[in-house]
Every structure is written in structure tokens, then in C-alpha cells.
Design a protein around this ligand. Structure first.
Ligand code: NAI
Ligand code: MG
Length: 492
């Protein structure tokens, strides 16, 4: 009897081929006003400049709202309100200040869905990230600092913390509400008052946050929010009433601010760019490492100052790790950030997309090998496919410059010493990742890497109690934990 012919084996199927999801858009109402004024002295007020600018949704380019453009006179009004509010706020017992912070934290939790949708619309990040990361973390920062407000005498034994006065705070567009929380919560806990400027592409959640302050009954002038771009930011930096400037953003603007403040006596903290090494040793749990690599670079489209944008993988496992990574990248879902199944949402702005494309083109031109999964990008809006570069050398721009997009460069190493040398071959020093089975290797690497945060067998994990900040051109000062409180106080 002839042997039964076995059916042809199907080609190896990938998850991406098998599963098509129906659209699952988040449907909560974001309550976005057609136009926002400046938030000064507890009131939304029209800007003296009489100018407004549009804020758009990166997912499709549609206009969302009009935002007031604050000029120097508007910034002055905000500082004047903050200075007026300072004496009473700073004298309030810590326990009372703490109550306001608890209230703000709870209100953020109450309105979390509304805020998550607004954040995703205005900034482009996937709804599952704004819902599961940005909002809970923002609330956590207020809860954490609420707890400190009446315990400041325990921050530094035998010393007391005194507030600085009015602090000017300038934040970026990658984690708009979360960066606001990182800045405002410790400033208020320590008794300062605030003038905050959100980034020009993502002002909405800061202005919605102002309504939370009203709901919480925060005294007028304790927090003021001025909107606008670089010129408004410069006015915040230059104002004579500022006792401190806290800035998160590009290294380039950080340097401008440091120059502007030199000799002024104002305190300064800078949280700037990064080009972190995510280091995978041959003894690491490789599948777990691949998840960490993906999370390290594709979280928030790679718009993350501590993104693990340089993968350093030990030569003996490099081919295997890259093969696993390519398979994993094939099933990442790129598309509408409002869809609950989306892993990689929209790039924040047309400018940022152009910058990413330029750097990717430089990678190809300089001889690195480009890999992108086959994925269909939406026709409208700003999108970029997850991108992997192999055959990267340390001199390539993609290995040196902060791309701030979903682009990973792979380099290899043979020994821990070589890994440290390559990881340190950068002007930045914000973060790093180490993947290995050996605790001793983790400790050695963490001690020798010049980075503010070193994650071991994980990546992009945050906690309000853990200080965050950089070395070298990644800036100075810390946010979170006791160190963060000390950056908003004078020790007496
Ligand atoms: P940016 O540094 O210009 O913007 C950050 C904030 O600074 C915004 O609120 C902006 O309005 C304000 N600003 C701009 N010029 C200012 C000035 N002269 N004085 C005071 N404030 C000023 O960042 P940008 O142009 O939006 O992004 C450019 C690149 O910077 C990105 O491609 C990325 O590589 C990097 N970046 C890094 C961030 C980080 O968290 N490390 C955040 C944002 C951008
Ligand atoms: Mg800029």
C-alpha cells in the first residue's frame, strides 16, 4: 500500500498573521474645551498677548483646542500671584498642605479615564499606557508627597527643610501630566508655590489639572499655569521672582537655561536627554530580556529620556537575541493610540517625526542595516514603524544621538569591561539596563556604569520614592524620593 502522503507543512505562522483584532477604541469623554486661557490666581484668564495657538491630535492631525500664548507680562502676572500666595502657603502646617495633596491625588484617580483619553488625544501615546502608566503614576506622585508634607523633619535628621519661594517649572511633551506631577507634588509638599509651563504640543492635561486644583480648593496662586513655546519658557526662566527653575527637556535648551541663570543665585535642576545602554549578557533569561528590550525602546514610541536606545548584547548570543527581537517586533501593533490594542501610537509632532526619519536615514547612509516589521501605518497622522539597526558602529549617529523615537541600535561586546566601556561612550548618563543571571555581575555593572538609574533584569520601572536624574549631559538634580524633596528646599 502506498504510504499516505502527509499534507504539506504550513509555513511557520506568526501571531501577527493569525490574529486580527477588531477596532477597540476607548470611548470615555475627554472633556476638552474649545479654548483655554491661562491659569493664574485660581482663574482661567485671557492672555494679555491676546494670542492663541492650536493644539492638535497627532493620531490624525485634527485640531483639538486653542491654547493661550503667554507673553512676558502674562508670566509676570503668574509670578506675582505665586509670590502673593507664598507666605500663607509656606506657613501652613505640613499636615494641612498634605490634605490638599491627598485631595489632588484622589481627584486624579476619580477622573483618570477622562484624563487618559485627553492625554492620548493631545500627545499621541497609546491609551493603554496613559491609562495604566501615566495616570496611576501621576496620582502616586501626589499620594507619596502628600505623605511627606507633615514629616519633613525626618528628611534630614537634625535639620529642617525650608521652602525656596516661587519655583518656575518647564516640562516636555513626552509625559505631560506625569512630568507635571513630578514637578508640582514635591514643590507643594515642601511649601513652595509654582509657575508651570507645559510643552506647546501637550498643554491640555495641565489645563485640565487646573480644574482639579479648583475642585481641591487649593488656595489661589499656589499653582499657576502659563502656556506657550520657547519664548514663554524663557520668560519663566528669566523672571526675577523665580527662586528656582526646574526643567525637563532637551540638552540643548537645558544648556541655554543654565547659561541664562549663571550668576543669578537661582537654584536649577535639569533633567535632559539620554542614550541609554541596555546590556544583555549571555547568561540572561533571553526571552525576558527581549520583553525588556521592547519595553525599553518602544514604550511611548521611544519618546523617553531614559529609553534603552542602545542594545549592547554579548556576541555569543547576539544572533539569537536579534532573531527573537525581530519576531517580537513583528507582533507589535502600531496605529491609532486611542485603540486599546495599540502598542505603538502616534509620534508627538510632525517636527519630531521629521527628526526621527532624518536620523533613520543617516543610519542607512552610514552603513547600518535596517529592519522593520511589515506593518501598515495609518494614512493620516504621524506614525513611525518600530525600527531596529544591526551592524551599528559606535561612530554612527544612530549610536550617538538621542533619537527620541522607536529606533533601536544594536551593538555587541565580548567582556563586561568592554560593555562598560561602550555603555559609557556617550555624553549622557541618565539610565542603563543590565540583564544577567548573576547578582554579582549586576552589582559590578551598577557600580561602574555612570548612570542615574540602573535597572537589573527589568527596564523603565518607576516609583515616586526612587530618585531619578542624570550624570554628565543628562543633567543634575533628582526627582522623587528624599533627594527630590531636598531639591525644593533649603536645609537649615
Ligand atoms: P525642548 O527642550 O525644546 O522642549 C522642552 C520644554 O522646554 C518645552 O516646554 C519648551 O516649550 C521649553 N523651551 C523651549 N525652548 C526654551 C527656552 N529657550 N527657554 C525655556 N524653555 C524652553 O524639546 P523639543 O524641541 O520639544 O524636542 C527636541 C528634542 O529634545 C527631542 O527630539 C528629544 O531628543 C529631546 N527631548 C528630551 C526630553 C527629555 O525628557 N529628556 C523631552 C523633550 C525633548
Ligand atoms: Mg524645541
Amino acid at each position: 500500500m502506498p504510504a499516505k502522503k502527509s499534507p504539506a507543512r504550513p509555513r511557520e505562522l506568526l501571531f501577527g498573521d493569525l490574529w486580527e483584532f477588531d477596532p477597540a477604541p476607548e470611548s470615555a469623554e475627554p472633556f476638552i474645551a474649545p479654548r483655554y486661557g491661562l491659569f493664574i490666581d485660581d482663574k482661567f484668564t485671557a492672555p494679555k498677548s491676546r494670542k492663541y495657538f492650536d493644539t492638535i491630535a497627532p493620531r490624525n492631525g485634527a485640531k483639538l483646542s486653542e491654547i493661550a500664548l503667554a507673553n512676558a507680562a502674562d508670566v509676570d502676572a503668574a509670578y506675582t500671584a505665586a509670590a502673593k500666595a507664598f507666605p500663607a502657603w509656606s506657613k501652613l502646617p505640613g499636615k494641612e498642605r498634605g490634605k490638599y495633596l491627598f485631595r489632588i491625588a484622589r481627584l486624579l484617580q476619580d477622573r483618570a479615564r477622562e484624563f487618559a483619553v485627553a492625554e492620548t488625544l493631545d500627545g499621541g501615546k497609546p491609551i493603554k499606557e496613559s491609562r495604566d502608566f501615566d495616570l496611576p503614576m501621576a496620582a502616586a506622585h501626589f499620594f507619596y508627597h502628600a505623605g511627606w508634607a507633615d514629616k519633613l523633619e525626618f528628611v534630614a535628621p537634625g535639620r529642617t527643610l525650608q521652602p525656596l519661594g516661587v519655583v518656575g517649572q518647564i516640562i516636555p511633551w513626552n509625559f505631560p501630566l506625569l512630568m507635571l506631577a513630578w514637578k508640582i507634588a514635591p514643590a507643594l509638599a515642601t511649601g513652595n508655590t509654582v509657575v508651570l509651563k507645559p510643552a506647546e504640543t501637550t498643554s491640555i492635561t495641565a489645563l485640565k489639572f487646573a480644574t482639579i486644583l479648583q475642585q481641591a480648593g487649593l488656595p489661589p496662586g499656589v499653582v499657576n499655569i502659563v502656556t506657550g513655546a520657547g519664548e514663554t519658557g524663557a520668560a519663566v526662566v528669566d523672571h526675577p521672582l523665580a527662586a528656582k527653575i526646574a526643567f525637563t527637556g532637551s540638552t540643548e535648551v537645558g544648556k541655554i537655561i543654565q547659561r541664562a541663570l549663571a550668576g543669578s543665585g537661582k537654584k536649577l535642576s535639569l533633567e535632559l536627554g539620554g542614550k541609554a545602554a541596555n546590556i544583555v549578557f549571555e547568561d540572561a533569561p533571553l526571552d525576558q530580556a527581549v520583553e525588556g528590550i521592547v519595553n525599553g525602546i518602544f514604550f511611548n514610541q521611544g519618546h523617553v529620556c531614559c529609553a534603552g536606545s542602545r542594545l549592547l548584547v554579548q556576541e555569543s548570543v547576539a544572533d539569537l537575541v536579534v532573531a527573537k527581537l525581530k519576531r517580537r517586533m513583528q507582533v507589535l501593533r502600531v496605529g491609532d493610540p486611542l485603540d486599546k490594542n495599540t502598542d505603538i501610537g502616534a509620534i508627538n509632532s510632525a517636527e519630531q517625526l521629521a527628526k526621527i526619519k532624518d536620523l533613520v536615514a543617516s543610519g542607512v547612509k552610514e552603513g547600518a542595516e535596517l529592519h522593520q516589521p511589515s506593518c501598515k501605518l495609518p494614512a493620516k497622522g504621524f506614525y513611525h514603524a518600530p525600527t531596529l539597526f544591526t551592524k551599528v558602529s559606535q561612530s554612527h549617529r544612530v549610536a550617538r544621538e538621542e533619537i527620541f523615537g522607536p529606533v533601536l541600535s544594536v551593538l555587541t561586546f565580548r567582556t563586561p569591561e568592554e560593555a562598560i566601556e561602550k555603555a559609557s561612550n556617550t555624553p549622557f548618563g541618565l539610565s542603563a539596563g543590565v540583564w544577567t543571571d548573576k547578582g554579582s555581575k549586576i552589582l559590578k555593572m551598577a557600580a561602574e556604569l555612570k548612570a542615574g538609574v540602573v535597572w537589573a533584569n527589568t527596564y523603565n520601572k518607576f516609583d515616586p520614592s526612587s530618585p531619578f536624574g542624570g550624570y554628565k549631559q543628562s543633567g543634575f538634580g533628582r526627582e522623587g524620593g528624599k533627594h527630590g524633596l531636598l531639591d525644593y528646599a533649603i536645609l537649615k
